[in-house]
Ligand binder design. Sequence first.
Ligand SMILES: NC(=O)c1ccc[n+]([C@@H]2O[C@H](COP(=O)([O-])OP(=O)(O)OC[C@H]3O[C@@H](n4cnc5c(N)ncnc54)[C@H](O)[C@@H]3O)[C@@H](O)[C@H]2O)c1
Length: 349
Amino acid sequence: MTEILKGLLIGCGFFARNQLHAWTETEGAAIVAVCDRDAQRARRHADEFAIPAWHDTAEVLSSGAFDFVDICTTMETHEELVALAVRHRVPVIVQKPFAPDIETCRRIVTHAATAGVPVMVHENFRFQKIFRRIREILDSGEIGELTFGRLSWRNAIDVYSNQPYLLKTRRFMIMDVGIHMLDLARFLFGNAGGVSCFTQSVKPGLAGEDAATILLRHENQATSIIDVSYASHRFPNPFPQTLGEIEGRQGTIQILEDEVLVVHSRGEQRRERIEADDRGWTAAPWTQIQDSVPRTQQHFIDALRSGSDFETSAEDSLKTYALAEAAYRSAETGRVIDARTLWDTSHAA
Ligand SMILES: NC(=O)c1ccc[n+]([C@@H]2O[C@H](COP(=O)([O-])OP(=O)(O)OC[C@H]3O[C@@H](n4cnc5c(N)ncnc54)[C@H](O)[C@@H]3O)[C@@H](O)[C@H]2O)c1
């Protein structure tokens, strides 16, 4: 690998701007070309971010010019684009949701693993500063063995202006935001098996659900509740904060508004404010989300350089995706679904 890893970013849409800003801050890597099937978009992003080259086809991956590819397109295109990268042996970071269904995720995982090409899913919520701090507190043992948690994302931000495709997405809320919460639940509590879920479609005219309530049973016997909604009227709007609580045998952590943690342990409480970094290109209300992107990308590059595992490798992300898939199956059938039956790559088509 060269000194500075050279990357291609595919998909110059709404979220790519955050990734392009973040790549300018990522040590040991640089985006040397952008690609979008809309040539004007590709050219505009290349100009704005002073990127030397732009392309309107991902076939440019065959050039041998890239050490990695950052795929920032929506999920229907991921299988084809990851397969192209794998064919040319280019390591991948690909946006969530991984793919439209679990069978496609399994095919991607199996295909990349067989070829030995590293693939990471861009799962940035666990890289928010506040969740790294919570992980530290949990690892210190201060609140003891975990027993219960609740992760809550409820707001009424107009997501549809920036991401109009969400109006027509049949699997909407769990795939768009629920998947982040499910990854957080695994990050904090460990793997989960039993999944029970109800979904709701509150805003008229949506193809999919805009609210979901999910109950998880973790392998360590802790239970967690995930509730997500884009139809909750709150003033001021808490977007994009994940709120909730984590209970252990010796204490509790509350995750409150304004990036405040209240830690209850040893009969006392203390407050910690874990503010996201303001990076110049970040802007409210998105700051907390934007700030997590450089840390996600730095993790990808550091792991790629050292040969260590990605926290959210394709294989690991299959376990998160299985929880989302199980949530949909539970909502459809009214049954508790064991997500562990969905991880096994030997089921791949
Ligand atoms: N992690 C987060 O916090 C976060 C936030 C928002 C969006 N996202 C995710 O980011 C992804 C992209 O979302 P978006 O809102 O930016 O989408 P978008 O539709 O605005 O942009 C996608 C771009 O990809 C291009 N494209 C699609 N297929 C292509 C192909 N085969 N080759 C080249 N270009 C292609 C399109 O022309 C478009 O410009 C989604 O999966 C979304 O869920 C993540």
